[in-house]
Design a protein around this ligand. Structure first.
Ligand code: PLP
Length: 372
């Protein structure tokens, strides 16, 4: 089935008891046992499983073409669940540019578990090979990366990881299952901050991990989900599943808007560089064209000048909202380095744009007046 159809129908059908077309939100924290002590409906406690969460997990797994998904209270909880697969003495290779919270998690929480981390440019396979050690158990990639949209070759990374007996996990938040299918390209696990495109309306924090196969990795992740306890609320699961019905159309329209905005930005004298994989000037353009069906709605630009110059452009927008996060229906602009804090590799004059569903002409007009 095509993504548009899966987005509407996966794990979603009229409810047998009432005929309700829209699913109800199951708030119950506990489920009745039968007289013989069994759980005839398969559910026993809301942290362990819940029908609303279960439906969301099935829908995300269907869209990613995976065996199963586990949902979490945030993208950050989902990445931490993936890292929980590592044990003292293990080593992980991760990108030198990725979501700053993931880098921080690796540098602080994961190293505290006795796991060592090497940060390399994962766009360069030789760098991954050079960093690999006999203790390496996982390659973590994020493609396109936050914030400069660097592209990693998922199929090549998967071949390398498999030949060395490791696990390949891909943060595919920027791409969504609509534009990129890491599991089909050989990844073992996909991670999403569902806060972004999956929920898509700036009103839910959530995360998901999807695995290609059932088996010990899935069991470990489910254990961590239940024992770690960072599970999403039924209402958040319901909102996310509801929004996913329009995901393919939102993502494609937002990508098309972003391409128009990126082409405009490339012609602006005040813009030093545009980072958008849909532009031939982007170093990852050809690879992105091969492994993605469109280029997404995230753009970063560097402004001619320093941090003050970039902040001054962000200060003048009227339609864009100055705020962190991404992937929602409204366009956002953010001075990324001041959000990430001291020591960030993000250039001080970089602005990150999340392009929404407004008309691209209006977005372009807003940016034009902000740069005048
Ligand atoms: N991964 C990426 C690529 C992100 O952009 C973010 C958040 O911005 C996360 C993970 C973390 O997700 P959350 O904020 O839902 O914890």
């Amino acid at each position: 089935m095509k993504p548009e159809t899966l987005a509407v129908h996966a794990a979603r059908a009229p409810e047998p008891a009432s005929g309700a077309v829209a699913p109800s939100i199951q708030l119950s924290t506990t489920f009745e046992r039968a007289a013989d002590g069994s759980y005839p409906h398969g559910y026993y406690y809301g942290r362990t499983d819940n029908p609303t969460r279960h439906a969301l997990e099935q829908a995300i797994a269907a869209l990613e073409g995976g065996a199963a998904a586990a949902c979490f209270a945030s993208g950050t909880a989902a990445s931490m669940a993936a890292f929980s697969l590592l044990e003292r003495g293990d080593h992980v290779v991760a990108p030198s540019e990725c979501y700053h919270g993931t880098s921080k998690q690796l540098k602080e929480l994961v190293t505290r578990m006795g796991v060592s981390v090497s940060f390399v440019e994962t766009g360069d396979l030789r760098a991954i090979e050079a960093a690999w050690t006999p203790a390496t158990r996982m390659l973590w990639i994020e493609t396109p990366s936050n914030p400069r949209l660097f592209i990693t070759d998922i199929a090549a990374a998967a071949r390398l990881t498999r030949s060395r007996g490791g696990l390949l996990a891909c943060d595919s938040t920027f791409a969504t299952p609509v534009l990129q299918q890491p599991l089909a390209l050989g990844a073992d696990m996909v991670m999403h901050s569902s806060t972004k495109f999956l929920a898509g309306h700036s009103d839910v924090i959530g995360g998901a991990l999807v695995v290609r196969e059932s088996g010990p990795v899935l069991e470990r992740l489910r254990d961590y989900q239940v024992q770690g306890g960072a599970v999403p609320s039924p209402f958040d699961c319901w909102l996310t599943r509801r929004s996913m019905m329009t995901l393919p159309y939102r993502v494609r329209a937002q990508s098309s808007n972003a391409l128009a905005v990126a082409r405009f930005l490339e012609r602006q004298a005040r813009v030093q560089q545009v980072f958008y994989p849909g532009l031939p000037s982007h170093p990852g353009h050809e690879l992105a064209a091969r492994q993605m069906s469109a280029f997404g709605s995230m753009i970063s630009i560097t402004i001619d000048g320093d941090a003050e110059a970039a902040l001054a452009v962000a200060a003048r927008v009227r339609l864009f909202t100055r705020a962190t996060s991404l992937g929602s229906v409204e366009s956002l602009i953010e001075h990324r380095a001041s959000m990430e804090g001291p020591g960030t590799p993000t250039p001080a004059n970089l602005l990150r744009l999340s392009i929404g569903l407004e008309h691209p002409d209006d977005l372009i007009e807003d940016l034009a007046q902000a740069m005048r």
